[in-house]
Design a protein around this ligand. Structure first.
Ligand code: NDP
Ligand code: 1BO
Length: 349
């Protein structure tokens, strides 16, 4: 591939400074449900859109494609040190994938053993998970490694979970291992996703390294002011996920009346208004798109502002509701341990 000029069209690629001193670029590319198209999206974002921040996760099943995209961008002249790559620790374990079982019989036999081991899962699994992520991404280190959800699923858990599928989460043990990854320079920053104030308080009670980032669902339909304020008070940077209201089955904020009115008034697209709203709240924002035009559109947000009155109108959108509430993954209404969405979020919503 020929060396390309990175066309961020002269825009100022803003970033936020983390407690560690590292900078996180303000807009990143989300890659959930990007599948085999992730590589192309990543190349488009970096080379044509000027993105320097890519968000992925083991759970998305697209780390290899994201890694290929990064590699192609690097062949085109991107330096690794100029890129901020985030991935996430999924706390079902990954032994099945790492062993790469081929025979169905072996799969059943070994799978049974692994299920037993996984129910006794210990923080020792954190490092192999990161190593597997680095291998899939073809990277030597991550800029940010996040605990994806503060719940542990048994290997092979059903969706929704059956009795026994959701297990205790050894928060302190796992965090110690995350801290060790940071000490060993395998990850530059560590953080969490989908925590509550209750859980963050617990973590802060024993953490030697304070989470650099808390990644949470945030958009005008779910502001989650309480978490944002708590994080700001504790100097934890927040990344807003699902900033456009998420994908299929999400909330259609693109066609929200208030968003649309402000977009027309400012001669911007609804997507840009939603991204900019997150930036003006002091959060980094990670919109996902597979469409080259929308990828490039979503990052053109640095040379203008949403006026205060319009910003406040976005802050007043009613029917505040999570889209990604974790119900399918973690709630078992009869057996627990979490019998409702409210249980998952420590009754804070
Ligand atoms: P988003 O809120 O980013 O919305 C993505 C959807 O919006 C896609 O359907 C996309 O379609 C469409 N879209 C993108 N840009 C525009 C635009 N300018 N105008 C109109 N439509 C647009 O959804 P996600 O839930 O994917 O959240 C973003 C990222 O956050 C994820 O991809 C993931 O990286 C992260 N995340 C993290 C979570 C966590 O637990 N830590 C949970 C959920 C998300 P198209 O592709 O066709 O453009
Ligand atoms: C359940 C996974 C949501 C995307 O991060």
């Amino acid at each position: 591939m020929a060396h390309a000029t990175f066309t961020s069209e002269g825009q100022n690629m803003e970033s936020f400074r983390l407690l560690s001193g590292h900078k996180i670029p303000a807009v990143g590319l989300g890659t959930w449900r990007s599948g085999s198209q992730a590589a192309h999206a990543v190349v488009t974002a970096i080379v044509e859109g000027g993105y320097r921040h890519i968000d992925t996760a083991w759970e998305y099943g697209d780390q290899r494609e994201v890694g290929q995209g990064i590699k192609r961008a690097m062949h085109a002249g991107l330096e690794r040190r100029d890129l901020f790559v985030t991935s996430k620790l999924w706390y079902t374990l990954i032994l099945r994938k790492m062993i790469n079982l081929s025979s169905p019989l072996m799969n059943v036999l070994v799978g049974t053993c692994l299920n037993k081991r996984c129910t006794e899962l210990s923080p020792e699994r954190v490092r192999p998970a990161l190593q597997n992520t680095l291998k899939e991404l073809q990277l030597e280190y991550l800029d940010l490694y996040l605990i994806h959800w503060p719940f542990r699923l048994r290997e092979g858990a059903s969706k929704p979970p059956k009795a026994g599928d959701v297990l205790d989460f050894d928060m302190e043990g796992v965090w110690r291992e995350m801290e060790n990854l940071s000490k060993d320079s395998l990850v530059r920053n560590i953080g969490v996703c989908n925590f509550t104030v209750t859980k963050l308080n617990k973590l802060l009670g024993f953490a030697e390294l304070i989470p650099a980032v808390c990644q949470m669902e945030m958009h005008p339909g779910w502001r989650n002011d309480r978490m944002l304020e708590f994080c700001k008070k504790n100097e934890i940077h927040v990344t807003a996920y699902s900033p456009l209201g998420s994908q299929e089955g999400g909330r259609d904020l693109i066609h929200d009346q208030t968003v649309d009115r402000i977009a027309k008034k400012l001669n911007k697209t609804p997507g840009q208004i939603l991204v900019k709203w997150g930036l003006q709240r002091g959060t980094s924002v990670i919109p996902k798109s597979l469409n080259p035009e929308r990828i490039k559109e979503n990052i053109k947000v640095f040379d203008w502002v949403i006026p205060e009155q319009d910003f406040q109108a976005l802050n007043s959108i009613t029917d505040q509701k999570r889209v990604i509430d974790g119900e399918d993954l973690f709630v078992n209404k009869t057996e627990g341990p979490f019998r409702s969405v409210a249980d998952l979020w420590d009754h804070e919503d």
